[in-house]
Design a protein around this ligand. Structure first.
Ligand code: PAN
Ligand code: ZN
Length: 204
């Protein structure tokens, strides 16, 4: 029996002796959305993001229930297990807190030696990267852009457009997330709207 990848009507035949399994998860490549029973979902709202944005007064003036971003995750192995991989999709709403774009909390991996891939699917924005010496840079994200996040590098994404920014991610199952370092020290620069355009502005 020959199998080709476009053979979507493939069925086990009477002679087939190997087990056939269907994928547990499906990815919608137009939107990045995951579907399947094992997809886990979290939502981050304005009320969950105290301390993330530079202008705390502006954050408090917004509806605390307003959604800033959602994350869908497929974790085929336990968190912390060595040798596995996780898949995620993140959806950042358009919006601003003062002059700062809606963005993810951002983190270092708890196991600093772990890297990650991001790939933008829809919308546009910026991946902000910061190494352990607090050197900060950003990469523009647009549909199809693939971003390698090296080990020892904090990462956060900001949506700089008027529509949802969706991106996929793949990272090692023993990477873990260190949000505490970012909560304590922040990023060394913020992505702000300056004269109508995004600019990475160093913290004073
Ligand atoms: C991503 C992020 C996701 C949400 O899956 O966890 O985009 O960002 P925060 O975790 O910073 O809130 C990832 O980088 N995983 O390692
Ligand atoms: Zn990460």
């Amino acid at each position: 029996m020959s199998i080709n990848s476009s053979d979507s009507n493939l069925k086990p035949s009477g002679n087939c002796t190997v087990p056939m399994r269907t994928a547990q998860i499906m990815v919608d490549f137009r939107t990045g959305e995951l579907s399947g029973e094992r997809v886990q979902r979290i939502t981050r709202r304005i009320k969950d993001l105290k301390g993330s944005f530079g202008d705390e007064k502006a954050r408090q003036s917004l509806d605390p229930e307003m959604v800033v971003y959602r994350v869908e995750t497929f974790s085929p192995v336990s968190v912390g297990e060595e040798g596995g991989l996780f898949w995620g999709a993140t959806f950042i709403e358009p919006g601003m807190v003062g002059n700062e774009y809606f963005m993810t909390k951002g983190h270092f991996h708890a196991e600093r030696r772990r890297a990650e891939f991001y790939m933008a699917v829809a919308g546009g924005g910026a991946l902000i990267l910061m190494d352990e010496s607090r050197r900060t840079s950003f990469e523009v994200m647009h549909p199809g852009s693939l971003h390698y996040i090296p080990a020892h590098t904090a990462h956060r994404v900001a949506n700089t457009t008027g529509s949802v920014l969706a991106f996929m991610a793949c990272w090692p199952s023993d990477a873990g997330h260190d949000y505490e370092s970012i909560a304590a020290e922040g990023f060394a620069a913020r992505l702000l709207k300056v004269s109508g355009a995004p600019a990475l502005v160093a913290e004073p």
